[in-house]
Write a protein that binds this ligand. Structure first.
Ligand code: ZN
Length: 328
């Protein structure tokens, strides 16, 4: 939906027909670094020195290799992973440039490591297929896109604007379907039972009645989606699929991972923003039910409608889809 609206405004101004990507690999890496800095200010991350942080690093390794068939990981400087320390948040996210995140809440909710693998395979697929980068390219008029960068790096305030945009954007159904297909192949080749993705969606389906997990708001879990994932796996891998691992292929297994998260001993890097502002940021971003507000704010902030104004910090902040106020 959000993309449709933005499309209408920006279509005329897009650099149509110029062939390759408008955002270079180097620029994509700059976006990732910028997004990571923004995310760190709004979410507490598990220290990479903690067993949970070490687990994440080991966990993602086979995914990098498995994703090479879709996109060289050199283009994005390899995959980076961080765990968001929030047991109440059930979400995973990947930013352009190969920055991937999953929350402790998602780990706790997963019934097997194959489920986590399914979700992370899906998230990596958004990076290999450049869905995030493409959504920025599509949403921004040519001059605005150029204004985001200073040479190959990000211009001042661009990180905040892009982070806000990515939080407010849901991918199209086509992109989601592609990420499911590529993602299940990535998780299979990483050594995991690819049915994990279908199983995770299935357990989300059960929660979809109420105020479900955050992952649901950007990833509608429907029975049709579960069926489609399952039939693809059957067609591609037959009985071989279930022979792949459901348990973590890391030294630390899921049971111990959950125990460490629940232990209260996990080393956490505190977010840099105050609790109040980060709560607002959460409300403006990953939680359910704020898409409409964000959409209009995003349009107001000059992303759509072919506004000639360069994106700058103030409209984005005023509009409330990054740091600023969440209007009721
Ligand atoms: Zn997705």
């Amino acid at each position: 939906m959000i993309r449709k609206l933005i499309y209408l405004g920006a279509a005329l101004f897009l650099l149509e027909g110029c062939g390759g990507a408008l955002i270079s690999n180097k620029q994509e890496r700059s976006i990732g670094r910028g997004v990571h800095a923004e995310l760190k200010s709004e979410y507490a991350l598990v220290s990479p020195k903690d067993p949970v942080g070490k687990w994440a690093k080991a966990f993602i390794r086979p995914f990098q290799k498995a994703s090479e068939r879709f996109r060289s990981s050199r283009e994005i400087g390899g995959y980076k992973i961080a765990v968001i320390a929030d047991d109440t948040l059930v979400n995973a996210f990947a930013a352009p440039g190969g920055y991937t995140y999953l929350s402790t809440g998602l780990i706790l909710k997963s019934k097997s490591c194959a489920e986590i693998a399914g979700v992370m395979g899906h998230e990596l697929a958004h990076v290999t297929q450049r869905h995030g980068a493409k959504s920025i390219e599509k949403a921004l008029a040519g001059q605005q896109l150029i204004g985001l960068f200073f040479d190959e790096g990000l211009a001042a305030n661009s990180a905040e604007i892009i982070w806000g945009f990515l939080q407010a954007t849901t991918f199209s159904r086509e992109d989601e379907t592609e990420a499911d297909t590529v993602g299940l192949k990535v998780s299979y080749h990483a050594g995991y039972n690819p049915y994990g993705l279908a199983n995770f969606f299935k357990s989300l389906l059960k929660d979809s009645g109420g105020d479900g997990p955050e992952f649901l708001s950007s990833h509608p879990a429907t029975s049709k989606r579960v069926r489609s994932v399952r039939s693809q796996i059957k067609r591609l891998y037959g009985k071989k699929a279930s022979k792949k691992s459901s348990e973590c292929l890391t030294k630390m297994k899921l049971k111990d991972l959950k125990a460490r998260i629940r232990s209260g001993k996990m080393k956490v890097i505190a977010k840099t923003k105050s609790t109040q502002s980060s709560k607002k940021a959460t409300a403006a971003g990953w939680s359910k039910g704020s898409a409409k507000k964000k959409k209009s704010s995003a349009t107001k902030a000059g992303w759509g409608k072919g506004a000639t104004k360069k994106p700058s910090k103030s409209p984005a902040t005023k509009s409330g889809w990054s740091k600023g106020k969440e209007t009721p």
